[in-house]
Ligand binder design. Structure first.
Ligand code: PLP
Length: 388
C-alpha cells in the first residue's frame, strides 16, 4: 500500500529520522581507547532521564523483560518474598517471572483498569512487622490497560509503614514520556526499554539502581552472569562493557537522548499529556469508554473499550488492512474487548489526528455507531486550543 504504515501501538514506537541516521554506522572496536567517549556520556545522560543523581544507570543489550530479571536476581535470593499488584498483562508477566525464579510472590489482584491501591499497600506493609517482604514490584504504566499508578504515593505508603523493602518500578512505557522521578520517589530499581519513550528499536534495556539496591547485590544469592550488575559496574567505570555492546543501539541512544534533552523532559511530558488528552476527548465524543478508571489514565496509551457485541480485533484488522495503521490489541483478560491507541514517542498533534481519523474509519466499517468526524473534531478543538 502506498504511503507509510503508521505505528499507533504503544511500542515499538516511530523512530525519528535523526535516530535512524545515527544508528546507520559502521561497526567499531568496543575495546578501543576512544570507545569510552561514547559510553560514559550515555550513562551520565541516562541518569538525567531517570532523574537520579544518587543512583547509577545501566545499559544491557536486551529488552525490558531482562530489566525485570536484572532487578530481581541482582538484589534478592531464592525464597525471598516480593509483593506485586496484578492489574494487567505486564504486572502478570513480572509476577510470573518472579515465581519461576523461585521467589515467594505475594500477588494481590486488582481489577484491570485500576492501578496500585496505595492505602492497601500501606496497610499490608504495616502488618509485615518482620519485614519479610523484600521488594515491592510496581508497574508504573500498565501498557495493556492504559493505567498509570502514582509511584510517589507508593513511596509515601512505604515510608508511612516504615518499611525497608526495595521499590522496583517497571517504567518501560513511562520513562522518557511520563513524569518519572527516581531520587525523589525513592525508587531502588527503575526499568525501561529502548522501543517506547526512547523512540528506538527494541534491543536496549535501560536501567537505574539506587545505592541501596547496589549494596544488596553483595548478598543476593541468585546465580547470574549475562545480567550481572557487578560485571557491568566493573567495566562501566572505565567506559567499557563486560561483553560486546550493540553499537547501533548506543548511537541511537545518543541521538534519542539529544532529542529528549533538547526538547526538555517537562516539555516531553506535557506533549504526551496533550496527545493523550486529545485522544481521550475523541473517545468520549465517539460515546465509547476507556479501560482506565478515573485517576489512572495513562498519557502514553489509551485502551478503548468496544461495545459488548463487537470484537476489537476486527477494528484492529480493518485499521491495518484498509487504512495501513497499526493499533495495539487487547492482551489476555481484555483480548477482543479493547484496542489500544499508542500516543508515545515521536508524535505530534497531526500524527495523533491521523490515528484518530483512522480509528474512526475502522469503527464505522465495523458497524460501531459513532458519528463520522466526531472524534477528530473533539481532538482538533482541544489541540488548537492548547497549541503553543
Ligand atoms: N513492561 C511493560 C509495562 C511493557 O509495556 C513491556 C512491553 O511492552 C514490558 C515490560 C516488556 O518489555 P520488552 O517487550 O521490551 O521485553
Amino acid at each position: 500500500m502506498a504511503g507509510r504504515n503508521h505505528l499507533y501501538i504503544p511500542g515499538p514506537t516511530n523512530v525519528p529520522q535523526a535516530v535512524l541516521n545515527a544508528m546507520n554506522v559502521a561497526m567499531e572496536d568496543h575495546r578501543s581507547p576512544i570507545f569510552p567517549n561514547l559510553m560514559k556520556p550515555l550513562l551520565a545522560d541516562l541518569k538525567k532521564i531517570f532523574k537520579t543523581e544518587a543512583g547509577q544507570a545501566f545499559i544491557f543489550p536486551a529488552t525490558g523483560t531482562a530489566g525485570w530479571e536484572v532487578a530481581l536476581t541482582n538484589t534478592l535470593s531464592p525464597g525471598d518474598k516480593v509483593l506485586i499488584y496484578r492489574f494487567g498483562q505486564f504486572a502478570h508477566l513480572w509476577a510470573t517471572m518472579a515465581k519461576r525464579l523461585g521467589l515467594e510472590v505475594e500477588i494481590h489482584e486488582v481489577p484491570w483498569g485500576m492501578g496500585i491501591p496505595v492505602d492497601k499497600l500501606e496497610a499490608r506493609l504495616k502488618e509485615d512487622t518482620a519485614h519479610e517482604i523484600k521488594a515491592v514490584l510496581a508497574t508504573h504504566n500498565e501498557t495493556s490497560t492504559g493505567v498509570t499508578s502514582d509511584i510517589g504515593a507508593v513511596r509515601k505508603a512505604m515510608d508511612a509503614a516504615n518499611h525497608s523493602a526495595l521499590l522496583f518500578v517497571d517504567g518501560v512505557s513511562s520513562v522518557a514520556s511520563i513524569d518519572f522521578r527516581m531520587d525523589e520517589w525513592g525508587v531502588d530499581g527503575a526499568i525501561s526499554g529502548s522501543q517506547k519513550g526512547f523512540m528506538m528499536p527494541a534491543g536496549g534495556a535501560f536501567l537505574a539502581f539506587s545505592q541501596k539496591a547496589l549494596k544488596a547485590t553483595e548478598t543476593a544469592k541468585f546465580p547470574r552472569f549475562f545480567l550481572d550488575l557487578t560485571d557491568q559496574m566493573n567495566s562501566n567505570k572505565d567506559g567499557y562493557t563486560p561483553y560486546t555492546p550493540s553499537i547501533p543501539i548506543l548511537y541511537g541512544l545518543r541521538a534519542a537522548l539529544d532529542l529528549l534533552l533538547a526538547e526538555g523532559l517537562e516539555n516531553v511530558y506535557a506533549r504526551h499529556h496533550r496527545l493523550a488528552e486529545g485522544t481521550r476527548r475523541a473517545v468520549a465524543a465517539w460515546g465509547l469508554s476507556i479501560c482506565a478508571q478515573a485517576g489512572f489514565e495513562s498519557d502514553t496509551v489509551t485502551a478503548v473499550v468496544v461495545p459488548a457485541d463487537k470484537d476489537a480485533r476486527d477494528v484492529i484488522s480493518t485499521a491495518f488492512t484498509k487504512y495501513n495503521i497499526s493499533l495495539g490489541g487487547g492482551l489476555s483478560e481484555v483480548a477482543g474487548k479493547v484496542f489500544r491507541i499508542g500516543h508515545i514517542g515521536d508524535m505530534n498533534d497531526v500524527s495523533m489526528l491521523g490515528a484518530i481519523a483512522g480509528v474512526e474509519m475502522a469503527l464505522l466499517d465495523n458497524g460501531i455507531a459513532i458519528t463520522a468526524g466526531s472524534g477528530v473534531g473533539a481532538a482538533l478543538d482541544y489541540y488548537r486550543a492548547t497549541a503553543k
